[in-house]
Design a protein around this ligand. Structure first.
Ligand SMILES: *Cc1c(COP(=O)(O)O)cnc(C)c1O
Length: 386
């Protein structure tokens, strides 16, 4: 099997599993308990909070654990919208956000909030001037992703953060794809809230965190016990939190080596895929995640390509895992200006540091052969050629 869907999820690293195991067996105490077994869990949780805080230039008490990226996005947006409704009800986001952000914003629109969905350019970049121009006296929140999960484009987060700060508007970023892949500094980028998820960086699924800058009003997101400074009740998922900590430490340790290796493989893969006629690269050629490749092939249907790749033991994606099963083309590809039929012919390949050049060659040959086979069956291609 060749796994090239690391934007959907990653393999839990062996050292992460190893770090988690004792918290299922011997160290099973409830972190809220007084006795030693409980305080060992509490200590482990606080240690992880420090590791994460250090990795983004935050303070330990600004890190709140969640059940993943989706929950962190929901929390950041809904709780802020509610806590700041007295100031205004306008939110700015983009057309290329993950559904965890887009569907939360759509929900808020039904609750009487107004949302501006900013356009992006052909590479998927948000213009900081467009963010500035969209700010109104009643704007309470800007939510713009750090890097896109489908096309890998890295957004000008520092510039957007500076504008948000200057205008006194809160700034949230969905950094689920960026955290662990890119160096992040919440001070330098003036980020007020940041979402991340364990399973995108070789950690366990169902755990993530939300960074909330000190001083920001945020209501309780999950009402219950006093966990997470009373903002998210519920007994802590200690093994998963420990796993997230181990995954973060591993990502920080390996970042430069991993980036160098993946970037080289990525650029080689792009170059080889471009040998196929009528292939276009989606996303920015340079400002892109080190592990992301997204291409469109004219005259083919991406779903068929994925099924045929699967038969050859290659795991790939057409865009977002959340979009599969629906026939709608990707909202991200439409936002960068692709026509419906082009968006349907897209392929996302996302690497890990474990992939090899030999694997890339196998994948390229498979894609070449399948694309040709699909085109030979395509009436569109026939019409185009004759
Ligand atoms: C995967 C992903 C999410 C959702 O995270 P989960 O932990 O799977 O809920 C949100 N945003 C982006 C950009 C993602 O890639």
């Amino acid at each position: 099997m060749i796994y090239l869907d690391n934007a959907a999820t990653t393999k839990t690293a062996p050292e992460v599993v190893e770090a988690m195991l004792p918290y299922f067996t011997e160290q099973y105490g409830n972190a809220s308990s007084i006795y030693g077994l409980g305080s060992a869990s509490k200590g482990a949780i606080n240690h992880v909070r420090q590791i994460i805080a250090d990795s983004i230039g935050a303070k330990r008490e600004e890190i709140y654990f969640t059940a993943g990226g989706t929950e962190a996005d929901n929390w950041a947006i809904k709780a802020t919208a509610e806590a700041y409704a007295y100031k205004g009800k306008h939110i700015i986001t983009t057309k290329i956000e993950h559904h965890a952000v887009l569907h939360t914003c759509e929900y808020l629109e039904k609750q009487g909030y107004e949302v501006t969905y900013l356009e992006v350019d052909e590479f998927g970049c948000v213009a900081p001037e467009a963010v500035k121009a969209a700010i109104r006296p009643d704007t309470i929140l800007i939510s713009i992703m750090y890097a896109n999960n489908e096309i890998g484009t890295i957004e000008p987060i520092a510039e957007i953060g500076a504008i948000a700060k200057e205008k006194g508007v809160l700034f949230h970023t969905d950094a689920v794809q960026a955290f662990g892949q890119l160096p992040i500094d919440v001070e330098e980028c003036h980020i007020d809230m940041l979402s991340a998820s364990g399973h995108k960086l070789n950690g366990p699924k169902g755990i993530g965190f939300l960074y909330i800058r000190t001083g920001i009003k945020s209501r309780s997101f999950i009402h219950g016990g006093a966990q997470e400074r009373s903002r998210r009740g519920g007994t802590e998922n200690v093994p998963a939190i420990v796993g997230l900590g181990a995954a973060t430490a591993r990502a920080v340790r390996m970042m430069s080596e991993k980036t160098a290796k993946e970037t080289e493989l990525r650029d080689y893969l792009i170059k080889r895929l471009e040998e196929i006629p009528y292939c276009r690269l989606n996303g920015h050629p340079i400002k892109r995640l080190p592990n992301n490749v997204n291409v469109s092939f004219s005259f083919i249907e991406g779903e068929s390509l994925l099924i045929m790749l699967d038969m050859k033991g290659i795991c790939a994606s057409s865009g977002s895992a959340c979009t599969s099963g629906s026939l709608d083309p990707s909202h991200v590809l439409l936002a960068i200006g692709l026509k419906h039929e082009e968006a349907h012919g897209s392929l996302r390949l996302t690497l890990s540091e474990e992939n090899t050049k030999e694997e890339i060659d196998v994948v390229v040959e498979a894609v070449k052969e399948i694309v040709q086979r699909l085109r030979d069956m395509s009436p569109l291609y026939e019409d185009f050629r004759y």
